[in-house]
Design a protein around this ligand. Structure first.
Ligand code: HIF
Length: 264
């Protein structure tokens, strides 16, 4: 059925990713963050939140501090939504994240349609479920355990910080994690294992880790992956074995995308 041609939507998304005037010349990283934040509200205990519903369209979730900057990502997808009005925003955001990971050299993520856009704004999950980058391993575990992930999956998902950068005018943090922020790889883990990190203030006063020439950064919540012994074990594995990282990442990101999505 032509009106459900998701491959055509994927192709159109790929065509808008390269952009000379934006960040590192790709919209991909921003769209990966959009997809992840649409899932990140999931709470397993109450089966609320998650990518179904596209509740980030509603003011309360859009204005959650952790979602700063994602209005730009949603805006870039508007022409695609206009071209394919039959696709839900909820499916479009997740498809855009998966397509971007692959287009930037990452693994193919299994993707299934079927998410709907809630019309009832009262179904928006409460603010405060997104992770906070200044916090430690207890917080990181609480947030990801709430969604149903284990330690290995947490470390594996965090490899998505191979992509993109932090922005002083969005989160207050400053800089990219790796030397090529538009190429999906396991460099993030290799860099975490070096001793080149100084805990310093960003230009906006946020405390973060910079490397010696301040060209690269880590968030406090990234650094817990090497400070915590149980996490560190997996950092070592993924630093040494890129293929294993890619395989595990494809599974973990798919699991993230399915949280709270009703399936028959
Ligand atoms: Fe991020 N993340 N993330 N993140 N994130 C930022 C940017 C990106 C956390 C904080 C931040 C994940 C987990 C966590 C991406 C993808 C994923 C920024 C910078 C912050 C502060 C925002 C800005 O200033 O523009 C925290 C605290 C997390 C849990 C501990 C996921 C695993 C790594 C789940 C994930 O997939 C991507 C991609 C970006 C880059 C966005 C960009 O605009 O380039």
């Amino acid at each position: 059925m032509s009106e459900h041609n998701y491959a055509a939507v994927a192709k159109s998304i790929i065509s808008i990713l390269p952009r000379k005037d934006y960040d590192d010349e790709s919209l991909g990283p921003l769209l990966v963050r959009l997809a992840w934040h649409s899932c990140a509200t999931y709470d397993m205990a109450t089966n609320t939140g998650g990518s179904n519903g596209a509740t980030m369209r509603f003011r309360m979730e859009a204005d959650d501090e952790g979602n700063s900057g994602l209005e730009t990502g949603r805006m870039f997808l508007e022409p695609i939504k206009r071209q394919y009005p039959w696709i839900s925003y909820a499916d479009l955001w997740i498809l855009a994240g998966c397509v971007s990971i692959k287009a930037l050299g990452g693994p193919k993520i299994k993707w299934r349609p079927g998410r709907v856009d809630f019309v009832d704004e009262s179904l928006t999950p409460p603010n405060g479920r997104l992770p906070i980058a200044s916090k430690g391993s207890d917080h990181v575990r609480n947030v990801f355990y709430r969604m149903g992930f284990n330690d290995q999956e947490i470390v594996c998902l965090m490899g998505a910080h191979n992509l993109g950068r932090t922005h002083p005018n969005r989160s207050g943090y400053d800089g990219p994690w790796v030397t090529n922020p538009i190429k999906f790889s396991n460099e993030f883990y290799k860099l975490l294992m070096t001793n080149d990190w100084q805990y310093t203030s960003s230009p906006t006063g946020r405390m973060q880790y910079y490397n010696h020439d301040k060209s690269l950064m880590m968030l406090p919540s990234d650094m817990v992956l090497v400070q915590d012994k149980k996490f560190r074990k997996y950092v070592k594995i993924y630093a040494l074995d890129k293929q294993r990282f890619f395989n595990d990442f494809a599974l973990a990101f798919h699991k993230l995308n399915e949280l709270g999505v009703p399936r028959r």
